[in-house]
Design a binder for this molecule. Structure first.
Ligand SMILES: [Cu+2]
Length: 469
């Protein structure tokens, strides 16, 4: 490490909150570099600013939604990272904290960012009560570095540290997660993202101004409890992006006309059709790397299957607050019982009176649908979230789970990730209640236009063709 690089690393170390220790001393003895890289930990669930690479090949860093990127130290040309598998406290949403397992203080663990061709060494320390391993999902690497307990390595016993070492051979979006007691460890939140940037201009990888990434994950936490149930296979009640539920999920922000990328990986037990309002995107990369241009078309919903990654590129050219969400409607609500009967159209008044004689607090639910639940302030068990919540500029959003907002603004500065607040709609551009006479009928289209032909074709004639009463 030459002096310049060393100074840059100290800057980085300072930014990441590393205090004191051998690495912060003026001279780093070679012996110090033989030890473990300093442990960097995160205690906040907020989206951290992108980590500009202090050394190595330059790249445009990603922003991890409600997450952060792990700093590294450069040791004789090798990027060294230190992951610590440990129990963590994660705030899933405002007012709800969960006991999860994760890495370096949070679930998911920090994003690891490297450049194609980088030599990478990752120290993994296990502070969990059981053995673990780390599988580098999607990477080309020596088989013995693949992280499958029992198959390619011995498990990392509690208290032990293992070393993984390989070259990041292909650019793309990857994940990391244990391949040891996966049912428990994935259900507890052990996962993270990995992004390998191309080493030079790549014909299939466009440069973007904003590069977001997050994981889809899910937990089953009984209302009032703090620890996920690990035996659940499908009936999860907290559908998360990076172990957060709406309104705890940060907005994605962009300056109008910027090219934006969203990288999404799925480590739940079911698929998620992720839907973007107001824009069309192209899937420019998958688990297998960048997609050929001939295989791209515009989409507004990308279904992401279990274990898959998808990279979505679009131009943020429409200003506004645009919903970005999973299109499975049960995945955009928070903790709820799944055994609630449908009450739409059921007159419950009589029944309510009878029950209230026994239980004064009882109230009927769902007689007019479930939309009222968003604004209803029902007493809840401690440490749980209402099923639907979030206040928008026009009232309750009636949303939870896998939902957030893409905020596109003309005046958002390049590189500014701060929340610009709610969109100020130009006058006359918001749907509103109709208060007056019916608007005048549109004039008939001139003959010989396709519209007029269609009208003629569907017009019910006197001799059949139409349904006569
Ligand atoms: Cu979903």
């Amino acid at each position: 490490m030459d002096n310049n690089k060393r100074r840059e690393f100290f800057k980085l170390a300072g930014k990441a909150g590393i205090a004191g220790g051998a690495l912060a001393s003026a001279a780093v003895a070679p012996a110090a570099m033989a030890g473990l890289p300093e442990l960097v930990s995160q205690d906040k669930p907020d989206t951290q600013p992108p980590l500009t690479p202090p050394n190595g090949r330059p790249y445009n860093p990603v922003v991890t939604l409600n997450g952060w990127t792990l700093p590294w130290r450069m040791n004789q040309g090798v990027k060294e990272f230190h992951l610590v598998a440990e129990p963590v406290l994660r705030e899933l949403g405002p007012g709800m904290v969960a006991h999860l397992w994760g890495y370096n203080g949070q679930s998911p663990g920090p994003t690891i960012e490297v450049v194609e061709g980088d030599k990478v060494r990752i120290f993994v320390t296990n502070r969990l009560p059981e053995a673990t391993s780390v599988h580098w999902h999607g990477q080309r690497l020596p088989c013995g570095m693949d992280g499958v307990s029992g198959l390619t390595q011995k498990s990392i016993a509690p208290g032990k540290t293992f070393v993984y070492e390989f070259t990041a051979r292909r650019p793309g979006t990857f994940m990391y997660h244990p391949h040891a007691d996966e049912m428990t460890q994935l259900a507890m939140g052990m996962m993270g993202m990995w992004v390998t940037h191309p080493r030079q201009k790549h014909p299939l990888i466009d440069e973007v101004q904003r590069d977001y990434c997050f994981l889809l994950n899910a937990f089953d936490i009984e209302p009032g409890a703090k620890t996920p149930k690990i035996m659940t296979m499908l009936d999860f009640n907290l559908w998360c992006w990076n172990s957060r539920v709406f309104p705890g999920i940060a907005p994605l922000v962009a300056r109008q006309h910027e090219r934006v990328r969203i990288r999404i990986g799925n480590l739940t037990m079911t698929n998620h059709p992720i839907h973007l309002h107001g824009h069309e995107f192209m899937i420019t990369g998958t688990d297998g790397g960048p997609t050929p241009k001939s295989a791209r078309w515009y989409e507004i919903t990308a279904d992401i299957a279990v274990g898959q990654m998808r990279q979505l590129d679009f131009i943020a050219d429409e200003v506004g607050d645009w919903a970005l969400h999973c299109h499975k409607s049960h995945h955009t609500m928070n903790a709820m019982g799944h055994d609630v009967p449908t009450g739409i159209g059921v007159a419950q008044a009589d029944l309510t009176q009878k029950i209230q004689r026994l239980l004064p607090d009882y109230m009927a639910m769902g007689e007019r649908g479930m939309g009222d639940m968003g604004s209803m302030k029902m007493p809840l068990p401690d440490n749980t979230l209402p099923m639907m919540m979030g206040e928008g500029p026009f009232g309750s959003l009636e949303m939870g789970g896998m939902f957030t907002v893409l905020k596109v603004r003309k005046e958002q500065k390049a590189g500014d990730y701060s929340d610009p607040g709610w969109y100020q709609h130009p006058p006359g551009t918001v749907a509103h209640e109709w208060m007056g006479e019916a608007p005048p009928a549109h004039k008939a289209a001139p003959a010989n236009t396709p519209g007029a032909l269609e009208l003629r074709a569907v017009k019910p004639g006197k001799k059949g063709g139409g349904h006569q009463h």
